[in-house]
Design a protein around this ligand. Structure first.
Ligand code: PHE
Length: 363
């Protein structure tokens, strides 16, 4: 109804205006649409507002009647508007809540978590076996005097391992410094520095001029044990190795010694580990071959022996009173056996996924 026309205040006209407004509110489905309908039907220039203004121009008795009817009509329209506003508001809130919903149970990207390197973890674990028996951990430098790495260990000047094809020298050669080829110089340092008796294990990094492939790395790790005390025999050595093997691989996994030669021990032996896969049951049993030990029942693990008295003497120890034993094995090799780490290259490449895959292994 155009604003400049006299308003029609008949009940029919008012009913039509109310019906119009209610229809428009019902048709609005968003708050924006409802706002438009509100302006059109209850705004200042809406038919209802104009009718309201027109009331003033009516003569008294008609004015009261029209006022009451119009008041009722406006109340009805305002109520319908409020109801629709509430309805649309609630629907829009529900929609927003659904759209902005966050699933708090979804996994979140946490800060990446690291893990100790399996070599470090296994070295600590093996060290702990000895600390639990009251032994001490001994450490020494990786760049080592040639005398400590070789001569003091009864490895003579012409021994082939002392050549530059096997050993990495720190230049210049005249300084006689090598990257230690085993942790045995720590035995010498321990005997020179520590009061007797000595019960130490020496875990650490060693270097050899080796190829880099699946079973060799030029930098690897060993753990070596040394005992010097009164009345020490091979039996003590065997018991110690068996205890270590059981601690690492479980009950029933013991060791055996195979005669060998090391300049620093006499007698010397290689240490074999009972195959922890077939437990020896593949031996002479073609129906159940074992790939791990090639059906031998045993796997080579390290070296050991009774400390050569010449080594004790080089460290000023009275060989009439004292004797000792020593053993050493590779950590990488032990990790390969114990945790199924088939490729040594994984151990040096520094991919954190390798560390994470063995996280918790040292339990
Ligand atoms: N040092 C020897 C090696 O690196 C291992 C070993 C240690 C052997 C102690 C006997 C006694 O091969």
């Amino acid at each position: 109804m155009p604003g400049d026309q006299p308003a029609d205040l008949s009940q029919t006209a008012i009913d039509a205006v109310v019906a119009d407004a209610l229809g428009a509110f019902a048709a609005a489905s968003t708050s924006a649409e409802l706002k438009e309908a509100r302006l059109a039907h209850v705004g200042e220039r809406s038919p209802l507002a104009l009718a309201n203004r027109a009331i003033g121009t009516l003569p008294g008795p008609e004015r009261k009647d029209a006022g009451q009817r119009l008041g009722a009509a406006r109340a009805a329209v305002n109520a319908a508007l409020a109801e629709r506003e509430a309805g649309i508001g609630a629907a829009e809130l529900t929609q927003r809540l659904a759209a902005e919903r966050i699933d708090v149970t979804l996994p979140v990207e946490l800060a990446p978590e690291g893990a100790p390197h399996p070599i470090t973890a296994l070295m600590d674990l093996m060290g702990d076996v000895f600390v639990a028996m009251g032994w001490e951990i001994a450490e020494g430098p990786e760049a080592e005097g040639e005398w400590l790495n070789f001569d003091a260990l009864n490895i003579g000047p012409d021994h082939p391992a002392r050549g530059t094809t096997d050993t990495l020298f720190v230049a210049p050669l005249e300084n006689h410094i090598v990257l230690r080829t085993h942790t045995s110089p720590v035995q010498i340092r321990s005997m020179l520095d520590r009061p007797l008796p000595i019960y130490v294990v020496c875990p650490g990094k060693v270097y050899r001029a080796d190829e880099f492939d699946a079973t060799h790395v030029p930098v690897f790790h060993q753990i070596e044990g040394l005992v010097v005390d009164k009345g020490i025999s091979l039996a003590h050595l065997k018991g110690t190795l068996d205890h270590l093997a059981r601690s690492m691989f479980g009950d029933g996994i013991e060791t055996r010694m195979r005669p060998h030669y090391f300049p620093f021990t006499e007698p010397s032996a290689e240490v074999d580990l009972k195959c922890f896969v077939c437990r020896g049951e593949s031996v002479g049993n073609p129906d159940a071959p074992c790939r791990t030990c090639k059906s031998q029942g045993w796997i080579e693990w390290g070296g050991c022996g009774v400390v050569n008295p010449r080594v004790l003497a080089a460290c000023g120890i009275d060989t009439d009173t004292y004797s000792g034993f020593a053993f050493g094995m590779g950590i990488e090799r032990t990790l390969m056996f114990r945790n199924n780490a088939a490729d040594m290259r994984d151990m040096v490449e520094g991919d954190v996924r390798f560390s994470r895959s063995l996280k918790g292994m040292a339990r």
